[in-house]
Design a protein around this ligand. Structure first.
Ligand SMILES: [Zn+2]
Length: 241
């Protein structure tokens, strides 16, 4: 049993993620903000949807949820802490809760920082992390509601996942993140290699994600920050970059 995650490009630079449980054929979608594009993508893949997973309340992640739910009559999962500003939830979750998709189960990880109620989902089967706007490839989410301390602690939790974990994030920001990251670590060979790889992927019209946790641990300065003060300093510099 394994989860296969495929990015679905929507809006200007967002990714929704289509999840398929290989054993049962069950299908999930993460952050379906553009109903038309999501419904079309699901129809192309057989017209089945069992589950919607929401990472946080921003419009570019939740906007299409009710329309997609109505079309497929599926279940919607999101953070209990943000129930008041999310679409209606069938399962409101907190840290450590399990979410079932077919024969696979995701663990809910609280990852405040970008927003207060942000959550990530980790499927051990297939090693898939849905990182929303917490962890991007070569970057991390802006601190819109949370503090540097919260985001640093959220990133530490993600860093503890297996190195092979596929980091499935909410935006195609990798190229611009790379331009900043290299100013923080100009001599990091893994970062230079990742920047070159992303340039090729984007030139070929391919998504730069998912990356892997091992790749992010080697190249992402936000994940590599050794303490909270260093993280806060890098985050503040990126905001002005
Ligand atoms: Zn957001």
């Amino acid at each position: 049993m394994s989860i296969i995650a495929t990015p679905v490009p929507i809006l200007s630079d967002n990714y929704a993620w289509m999840l398929r449980d290989s054993g049962s054929g069950a299908v999930g979608i993460v952050d379906p903000a553009d109903a038309k594009a999501i419904i079309a993508a699901l129809e192309r893949e057989g017209g089945r949807l069992d589950l919607i997973l929401l990472t946080h309340h921003h419009d570019d992640h939740i906007a299409g949820t009710d329309e997609v739910r109505a079309r497929f009559n599926c279940k919607v999962v999101g953070a209990a802490a943000d129930q008041h500003r999310l679409p209606k939830l069938d399962q409101a979750v907190v840290e450590g809760d399990k979410v079932t998709l077919g024969g696979s189960r995701a663990r809910v990880i609280d990852t405040p920082g970008h927003t207060r109620g942000q959550i990530n989902y980790f499927f051990p089967e297939g090693e898939v992390l849905l990182s929303g706007d917490t962890l991007f490839s070569l970057g991390c989410g802006r601190l819109i509601e949370g503090t540097a301390a919260e985001m640093f602690s959220s990133l530490r939790k993600l860093a503890a996942l297996p190195g092979g974990t596929k980091v499935c994030c909410g935006h195609e920001y990798t190229e611009s993140n790379g331009r900043f990251a290299i100013t923080v670590e100009p001599n990091n060979d893994a970062l230079k290699a990742r920047i070159a790889e992303v340039k090729q992927q984007r030139a070929a019209g391919q998504p730069s994600v998912p990356s892997t946790m091992a790749s992010e641990l080697a190249a992402n300065p936000f994940l590599r920050a050794k303490d909270e003060a260093t993280f806060a300093d890098i985050r503040a510099k990126k905001d002005k970059f």
